[in-house]
Design a protein around this ligand. Sequence first.
Ligand SMILES: NC(=O)c1ccc[n+]([C@@H]2O[C@H](COP(=O)([O-])OP(=O)(O)OC[C@H]3O[C@@H](n4cnc5c(N)ncnc54)[C@H](O)[C@@H]3O)[C@@H](O)[C@H]2O)c1
Length: 300
Amino acid sequence: MDLNGKVAVVTGGGRGLGLAYAKALAAAGAAVVVNDLDAEAAAGAVEEIGAAGGRAVAEVGAVGTAETAEALVARAVDAFGRLDAMVTNAGVLRDRVLWKMSDEDFDTVVRVHLRGTFTCVRAAVARMREQGGGGRVIVAGSPAGQRGNFGQTNYAAAKAGIAAMVRTWAMELAKAGITANAVIPVAATAMTRTIPAFAPHVDALERHGTPLPDALRKGEGFGTPEDVASLVVYLASDAAAAVTGQCVGIGGDKLALWSHPQEVSVAYADGGWSADAIAAAWPVTVGRVPETYGIPAPRI
Ligand SMILES: NC(=O)c1ccc[n+]([C@@H]2O[C@H](COP(=O)([O-])OP(=O)(O)OC[C@H]3O[C@@H](n4cnc5c(N)ncnc54)[C@H](O)[C@@H]3O)[C@@H](O)[C@H]2O)c1
């Protein structure tokens, strides 16, 4: 993959998946603006990329506001002259069951993920449209947003909203040659290393370099941030010019296309449905095979 001449912004690029994205994009030849709210992490990423022969600058700030979004785009243009790819990856968790979730827990997660994605992509697209020649919008979804997840009202809502925005943007941006896709990652990072079934394997990988077992890499589609970064490089490349409006899953050895919601079963009643008619028809028509929900528990 050759991304020479292209310029990318990666939000939350100081650690975890974002760091792997920034390094992989730079290794493929792109110049990268590394955003993070942690200045030290952003500077460390820039140093690492530079030491490997890549080009990167840091832009510290908390995504979620129009000001930060505009600063990121301005930094790309000032430092490298253009913007070709906006990768919105920054994220936080505030897990609580619904009845214990505070307004602040909800608003924080929605601000960083949903509003952060909206504001950064809006600013990026304004620049890409003005520049001409298309562009790439690559956003971060999650299995939790696709399926729902216990304790993640805020996060599931934000991630489902991000998938919905991608479907909308694919329509709105097609004419300008800008693609919009969501990466649905699963990887060992600060966010996931505490999952009990995965923790000892992540620990062994980090301490002793013990490769993750097949049961994880294939069975659970769970691997390293570097595994996920390949998809971001592909989506940023010219090879993916025709790929848009998709939610693409990746983790470990697994690559997957997620379905979009659609009607799976329909029934009709002349003149419309009464509640009694729905009650009678439900078990034998549209309600006969209900949809499943939730992320399946790890099998290892
Ligand atoms: N790790 C996984 O398996 C997984 C699964 C599904 C989705 N995701 C998504 O991938 C993205 C990255 O996750 P990760 O596991 O690498 O997390 P991480 O916690 O390891 O890294 C997140 C980074 O974002 C930064 N950040 C947080 N809030 C920010 C803000 N407001 N502005 C700028 N930077 C901010 C943090 O400082 C950190 O460097 C997130 O959007 C997450 O929801 C991860």
